[in-house]
Design a protein around this ligand. Structure first.
Ligand code: NAI
Ligand code: MG
Length: 358
């Protein structure tokens, strides 16, 4: 039988994106060789500031046709503020992908890895292992509202939160499905129904309704204020945490911050129905301060590859990549400078590729 072939659009972008993406591809090739799947990579130079310098725009007019038919997008980082303002580069590329491809789930794993110092005292690998699922398209981040009587004493400013049944239910369904696939089968919902008295009770209502479809998932909810405290004091309580756009934005930075360096954190921007390709990227940016020195930590990009494998139905390969990351991070000789080591980007990437096994 022919192995499962996955067609991937590869976009390195700017700065260290160009250094860490090749390491992600190296690890994907190693995973494919071990787990009987195959990749076809198409490489694109747009969504980068170099492209902007040459063409006066971040992407060609037909970008949607060029990458819209792929199974996933493997993305590095975009931004080179010295030549292109950040709002131009980000809104002209990444934000377009998220919106036009309806990537309504933002997924971030939070896992304490060996060899990565945590700011939380007394925590060891195994203590912290959960996912934050953030609603990525509506909620508090709406453009409905306005300002009247500007610059007068009667100045009024209003911005509405928009929650739709479709929008809330689809992200909750994704989160419950994820919880159901995990060992603990535990979902936590972020709310604030005591203060935000219309939309948040609605969110809670939809969580309770959705929970009825997943009787094997146990679930709870916390107000966002105490939930942030629990992330720090009891990170071992969590398995899948689902939240609206604003609360999810906060939690998806707080979670990874509790487990160490920005150089290792990955993110998925996911369209679960697969009507459009989903995008997998490291959380970090293009790091102009260290670009070109070959010292960037490739783990965030490689972990993003694991998220992508999971999305593509290659769960065993995904788990093997995460295991390989853990094996290698446990060995000081393969750590990059941000983790106190001396390894180059490629030395770390090669070690992880070599550590992949069934
Ligand atoms: P950044 O994440 O690029 O860098 C912040 C700090 O972390 C820097 O000191 C950098 O050297 C370090 N760092 C980041 N990734 C690292 C890695 N893999 N290994 C070792 N050290 C690493 O954030 P910054 O400096 O705020 O932004 C730089 C550019 O990246 C800007 O143009 C910004 O707009 C863009 N950016 C793009 C993102 C994306 O494409 N999703 C996300 C964040 C920023
Ligand atoms: Mg954020």
């Amino acid at each position: 039988t022919r192995p499962n072939l996955h067609r991937i659009a590869v976009i390195p972008g700017d700065g260290i994106g160009k250094e860490v993406v090749p390491e992600g591809l190296r690890v994907l090739e190693a995973a494919a060789a071990t787990f009987d799947c195959a990749f076809h990579f198409d490489h694109f130079d747009f969504a980068s500031c170099d492209y902007y310098q040459q063409h006066g725009e971040m992407m060609p007019g037909d970008w949607k046709a060029l990458i819209g038919g792929h199974d996933a997008i493997f993305f590095g980082a975009v931004g080179w503020p010295e030549t292109v303002p950040d709002h131009v580069s980000l809104w002209g590329s990444l934000i377009q992908f998220r919106r036009e491809f309806d990537q309504y789930v933002n997924l971030r794993p939070v896992r304490l890895m060996p060899g990565v110092p945590t700011p939380l005292a007394g925590r060891v690998p195994g203590d912290i292992d959960f996912y934050v699922v953030r609603e990525n398209t509506e909620g508090e981040y709406s453009s409905i509202g306005g300002r009247i009587f500007p610059d007068t004493e009667r100045e009024v400013v209003i911005q509405e939160t928009v929650m739709t049944r479709v929008g809330v239910d689809r992200v909750l369904r994704y989160a419950f499905e994820l919880a159901q696939r995990r060992e603990k089968k535990h979902l936590t919902s972020a709310t604030k129904s005591n203060g935000i008295s219309i939309t948040m009770p609605y969110w809670d209502e939809r969580v309770a309704a959705m929970a009825a479809d997943y009787p094997d998932v146990c679930w709870d909810k916390y107000h966002i204020d105490i939930l942030t405290a629990h992330f720090v004091q009891h990170p071992d309580w969590f398995d899948v945490v689902v939240a609206s756009n604003l609360f999810g934005d906060i939690l998806s930075d707080l979670g990874p911050a509790c487990t160490g360096t920005i150089g290792i954190a990955p993110a998925g921007n996911i369209n679960p129905e697969r009507r459009f390709p989903s995008l997998f990227e490291p959380v970090h940016g293009s790091a102009p301060d260290i670009a070109g020195q070959h010292i960037a930590n490739p783990v965030g990009q490689i972990w993003a590859a694991a998220l992508m494998l999971d999305h593509l139905g290659e769960g065993r390969a995904a788990a093997a990549v995460v295991r390989a990351i853990e094996d290698v991070l446990a060995r000081p000789e393969y750590r990059t400078r941000d983790l106190g080591g001396e390894a180059s980007t490629a030395e770390c990437g090669k070690a992880i590729a070599d550590a992949i096994c069934v």
